[in-house]
Write a protein that binds this ligand. Sequence first.
Ligand code: NCD
Ligand code: ZN
Ligand code: ZN
Length: 351
Amino acid sequence: MNKNIRIIRPDDWHLHLRDGPILRAVLPETTQHFARALVMPNLLPPIINSQDAKSYRDAIIQAIPDGANFEPRMTFYLTEETDPDDLANAYNSGLIIAAKLYPAGVTTNSSWGVRNFEKVRTILDRMAEIGCPLCVHGEVTDPNVDIFDREAVFLDKILTPIITQTPGLRVVMEHITTKDAVDYVLAHNKYVAATITTHHLFINRNDILVGGIKPHYYCLPVAKREEHRVAICTAATGGDCRFFLGTDSAPHLDHHKETACGCAGCFTATNSMPLLAHIFEQENALSNLEGFSSRHGANFYGVPFNTGQLILEKKDTPVTFPKSLPTPQGEITVFDPGVKIYWQVKKMNET
Ligand code: NCD
Ligand code: ZN
Ligand code: ZN
């Protein structure tokens, strides 16, 4: 028997849209299900000031398909040279709703990021003062730290000093992948929250490596052991308002992933919502899907809930999703959850 669930139209609080033809190809995948998204600033060159954020926002708005009702929300890419006044003006005027911290060298296009955290102290203090959240790619870059430990080490070595020195700074640990990060959020107050991606709810490190290397499962932070996947799954589906959806849908052309040195990122904009319904149903927590996808993040960012609803439907037989998205520059593989999925988006009502 078909089963429907209705949720407030969801938000994606961590999304990569890129620019140019890729932006135009991937954006409709997001606007068909999501009302808003926090768009990541790691373009080449990155979005580092008000002028960049305005022109990037204009480019995104231009690319919204006709009839879609979608609001991009912007961030700055923090550098050691970020001007605190420019950031405060951008935040106070509503141009941005957060700033993003990339430790230099940690991920795609992060070479402009922060090397010396002391150098951003003033800016972080200013952000705490005005209430602007800091979104962090929480991994250390120390070559001596094993890649599977980089998130856990970041918590102690970088994040704790930051929040101790700047109490009141609101922080989102982006795309968490470890039980350590879940426990860290739970042990802190409402100032520390975390986004969880769709793909990290499905895959562990065996899925990437056993039986041949799967470049389309390679993303950063890299998926960890099964016990960590279970921990983030429990956090996502458990109803705690400090955990919310940020898909980290990160499009890369297939020929950049299927190569000797493939880049990091999973593209999930197309099928995130059905995949999440699958996970929440499996955890017996379908009633918490709305909180995770549509309410907790809005509350954290202090924006109203969206109007309208997304209706998801469970079919009797497995559904299929496109294998890849064509773009003028090549194909982008859509994340394959590796299990049968019975959920699909039936309808989106915009009001
Ligand atoms: C992201 C990208 O491709 O921009 N890649 C990823 O593996 N998550 C960058 C990021 O969010 O770290
Ligand atoms: Zn990241
Ligand atoms: Zn990301």
